[in-house]
Design a protein around this ligand. Structure first.
Ligand code: NAD
Ligand code: IPM
Ligand code: MN
Length: 354
């Protein structure tokens, strides 16, 4: 097959992990006789530096014309001035919105070999296999009005959390469809004891659940869920939640697997999918070669499966990662210690194991 892939390296470790994943794509292309045509584009802080815009029109155009998009990460201290009106993160939020990528699929799967890398006891994390379905283009991230102003001589900041029933229905439906292909259980997470947005969310979720009597369903409050994820992570199958709760809970859940550097994601729902690790630009390790490329390489596998329908190729990448970990190879974040591999060495081992 021939496919157009837009690469958005972004900031911090973004260029390092996207470059690593590109090498994996090249190896897969050679092995399966595919042709991937890459277009590398600016997003985030580097795009602000070069064009003044965190999502230049040229980037958006290239993304819309491609078959799939791979993103590294955006942001960093250089662009973090709280008074700044233009921010790297705006580029990421806008590309998700422009693509119509309303669903962010974040699988949290523990590789057997990494059970000891988790701060949780190995018997608690063994066999954990959760998929977070995070709503991605609504909620408090996009609600208006929002802003900062002075009211009665006091500086205030405000945001609006709002969901339409249509937005809730489509994301919850996606979770149920996914659960049918898995262990048949959906957990919906909200804050319905306090928030009206959550009470609407829960009402709509129940309406959708009624159409899936074959799928087990439960509602949990987000504060309790934060605890259950540590206490009994193996109990969850598909977890559906709003934009902000999903952001927070999935970073928490990453630690079940040992590291934030392990979790991939797929932002889907529109014509072109965006594939992105869940972690950020890791400014504390950028340029040091310490970045774990696996979250992005696994996002690349999700890109091949969901974006390009290359199922076997996706599995080959996932099996290669599995084998490399099973053989004991580690980056620093997953417990490599003195024998830690750098980004390139880990990438080369994955390629060799394809
Ligand atoms: P972060 O996810 O960048 O880093 C948190 C911690 O995890 C750091 O200690 C970092 O070194 C470590 N880490 C993250 N990815 C790693 C990897 N692949 N290998 C090894 N260690 C890894 O979160 P942060 O420090 O809170 O945010 C830094 C910047 O990234 C901010 O500007 C934030 O807005 C941005 N951010 C971007 C995205 C994205 O582009 N999708 C996601 C989250 C945060
Ligand atoms: C993520 C990030 C983004 C989010 C930021 C950088 C806008 O934290 O992808 O999880 O909050 O969605
Ligand atoms: Mn996040």
């Amino acid at each position: 097959m021939k496919a157009k892939v837009t690469l958005l390296p972004g900031d911090g470790i973004g260029p390092e992990i996207v470059q690593a994943t590109r090498q994996v794509f090249d190896a897969v292309a050679a092995k399966f006789d595919h042709q991937f045509e890459y277009s590398e584009q600016l997003i985030g802080g580097i795009a602000i530096d070069e064009t003044g815009n965190p999502l230049p029109e040229e980037t958006l155009g290239a993304c819309l014309e491609s078959d799939a998009i791979l993103l590294g990460a955006v942001g960093g201290p250089k662009w973090d001035d709280p008074a700044a009106t233009v921010r790297p993160e705006q580029g990421l939020l806008r590309i998700r919105k422009e693509l119509g990528a309303f669903a962010n699929i974040r699988p949290v799967k523990v590789f057997d070999a990494l059970a000891a890398a988790s701060p949780l006891q190995p018997e608690r994390v063994k066999g954990v296999d959760i998929v977070f379905v995070r709503e991605l283009t609504g909620g408090i991230y996009f609600g208006t009005p929002r802003g900062r102003e002075v009211r009665d001589d006091v500086r205030v900041g405000f945001d609006t959390m709002i969901y339409g029933a249509d937005e809730v229905e489509r994301i919850v439906r996606m979770a149920f469809d996914l659960a049918r292909q898995r262990r048949g259980k959906v957990t919906s997470v909200d804050k319905a004891n306090v928030l009206d947005t959550s009470r609407l969310w829960r009402a709509v979720a129940h309406e959708v659940a009624a159409e899936y009597p074959d799928v087990e369903y439960e509602d949990l409050l987000v504060d309790a869920m934060a605890m259950y994820l540590i206490n009994r992570p193996a109990d969850f199958d598909v977890v559906v939640t709003g934009n902000m709760f999903g952001d927070i809970l999935s970073d928490e859940a990453s630690m079940i697997t040992g590291s934030l550097g392990m979790l991939p994601s797929a932002s889907v729902g529109g014509r072109v999918g965006l594939f992105e690790p869940i972690h950020g630009s890791a400014p504390d390790i950028a340029g040091s070669g310490k970045a774990n490329p696996l979250a992005t390489i696994l996002s690349g596998a999700m890109m091949l499966r969901l974006g390009l329908e290359l199922h076997q190729e996706a599995e080959v990448i996932e099996h290669a990662v599995d084998r490399v970990l099973a053989a004991g190879h580690r980056t620093a974040d997953i417990g490599g210690g003195a024998a830690s591999l750098n980004t390139n060495a880990m990438t080369e081992l994955v390629i060799a194991a394809l």
